[in-house]
Every structure is written in structure tokens, then in C-alpha cells.
Design a protein around this ligand. Sequence first.
Ligand SMILES: Nc1ncnc2c1ncn2[C@@H]1O[C@H](COP(=O)(O)OP(=O)(O)OP(=O)(O)O)[C@@H](O)[C@H]1O
Ligand code: NI
Length: 330
Amino acid sequence: MEPLLSIEELTVTFHTPLGKVRAVDGASLTVQKGQIMGLIGETGSGKSVLGLSIPGLLSDTAKITGVIRFMGQDLLLLQKDGLRKLRGTKIAFVPQNPATSLNPVMRIGRQIAEAIKAPYTRKQKRAHAARLLAELNMPEPWEKLQQYPFQLSGGMKQRVLTAIGAAGQPALLIADEPTKGLDAIVRDQVVSLIRQVATQTGAGILIITHDLYVAKSLCDEIGVMYAGEIVESGPADELFAKPKHPYTSGLLQSMPGKGMIPIPGLSPSLMEEHHGCKFQARCSQRLVYCDRIAPELYTVDDRKVRCFLHDSGRASEQNVQDRLATTADV
Ligand SMILES: Nc1ncnc2c1ncn2[C@@H]1O[C@H](COP(=O)(O)OP(=O)(O)OP(=O)(O)O)[C@@H](O)[C@H]1O
Ligand code: NI
């Protein structure tokens, strides 16, 4: 069956006064109907840019190449109004910043009701909006419908955004940090609403999160981003139990339950050309040629890993010599 969303070799480059910034670099991923995919990775790794590229929400300074195929359509070939139509119907994007994403002069109830496409009466839409807020653990949901964004806390606004995303029953829901700034109880409510959206409506869901607990408890599949690349992907339970890429291992060790040990060093510049693996400078398992040759994405069982440690042919000495020889003049 064709996936709901399939992204192939996506590259996003921003042209800035200081030079080109390659925020996403050859990323590929798929999301099936009813599946929840999580994107994790350090700050600046390109998660939001990847998410924003799908519904066409990047600024005009972004140059995008690759393929974004959604329900049989190549989104990069669609014109602006075609994308706008999709955003109002089949794709919902829950943005990262609740403070600037809600309309400050429109009541909460109306903002949620406008996203509901079912042929409900006004009264039914309000009831549905209140129910969504109640499911997100919002205190006094009916009263909240009457209020304006400035009357709500940051965490409440975050939940309103999630409610707006779920209200339209989209085929694809993309949520950027939907649990940011929420306490554990509210976070679990948001997680359970998102799961409900996937199981009840069959929507495919892409969640961008820093919260590895959310990624682990909510997602079916995980993509790990590093410096614009997806360095590892696969089923969430397997990836969390046995990370394959050294970067994934490092990232998981920074989880609160695992000692919170940060990975030493910094991410590489997105403005420079890279010949080798982008993680090699920070990698404790670096091989002699990792700074010169970029690893491909190797398939190991149902996982994909961009690391020579998972290249079945790497052990041969001849292979190493061949690799070094072909890059001698780089
Ligand atoms: N409009 C833009 N112009 C230039 N560079 C940009 C633009 N938008 C994003 N970037 C750069 O692209 C890179 C990736 O940013 P992105 O916001 O996708 O990271 P992220 O993984 O979502 O990080 P965080 O977890 O902090 O949200 C960053 O280096 C950022 O500075
Ligand atoms: Ni982001």
C-alpha cells in the first residue's frame, strides 16, 4: 500500500546574507495511515524546517529539492493556493509557538469551531470544541470558549492549538512540540488525544519533539535527525531498546532515566560542505575514513542507519583501502 506521506531526499537550503544554510540534507521518511511518527534530535537539527516544508509553510528564501508525496500528489509541484486548500482540509499543522500562532482578537471557541469541517450546527461545533478541550484536561472548557488568547496561560494556548489541529480531522497531522511547557499530567492528556486522533480517524501523524518520553510512549516509528540528516529510523520500541547509530545512543543517554549525560561537542556548521559523516567529530566509535567519506543509509532488518558500523562490508581491509583511495584527493 502506498504510504500516506513519503518524503524522498528532501533538501532545504536557506539563502542568507551570510551564506547558504542547509537545514535539511537529503532526508527521507514515510508515514502510513494511522501511524504516529516522531522526529527527535538536538536543537537546530532541522526538525521544524522539515515539518514546515510539508504543508508549504517555509519562507520564500527556502530552496527545496526532493519529493514530498502526499495522497498521490507531489506537494512540491503544487501552487500556493493548492497548498493552502490542503492545509485547511487534509493537512493540519500545529505550530511550535502558541504565543504567536493564535488570532489575538478572536475568541477561542470560534478559532476551534472554524477548524471543524463536519456539517455541524454552530451549537454542535461549540460542544465539539468544548469536548476537545476537556479531553486535553483544560479546566472549565466551556468558559474558555468565550475567552481570548491573552486570557490563557502558555500551556493552555498550547492545548488550544492541539485542539484546532485535531478538530478538522485531517488525514495528516503535523505537530511541532505539542507538549512543550506542559506538566506531566497535561502532557499525558495531550499524548492520549493525539493517539486517539490516529486510531479513531486513521490520520497519519508526525510529531516533532524534544521530549524523549513522549516520543517513546506515543510514537510507532522514530526518525532521528542530526545536522539536517535522518541518521537513524525504525520502530520506536526497537530504536529505544537498542539504538544503532552512535548519535542515537548518545541522545538516549541524555534522557533523565539514563543518567542525563550530554554528548560532548557541538553540531557541525550547516553552512559548510561536508565530505565525511557529520557526526564523526563527536563520535567515540569513529573509523579511519569517517572524516572523508559520508556513510549511506544502510538497511539493517527494519531499521535504517547512516553509519559505517552497520555496513556489512566494512570489515574487509580491502574495502577500507578502496574507500581511502577513492577519496585521496578530496
Ligand atoms: N528562515 C530561516 N533562514 C535561515 N536559517 C533558518 C531559517 N529557519 C531555520 N533556519 C536554520 O535551520 C536550522 C534548523 O532549524 P530548525 O528550526 O528546523 O531546528 P529544530 O531541529 O526544529 O530545532 P529546535 O529543536 O530548537 O526547534 C537551524 O540552524 C536554523 O537556524
Ligand atoms: Ni523546532
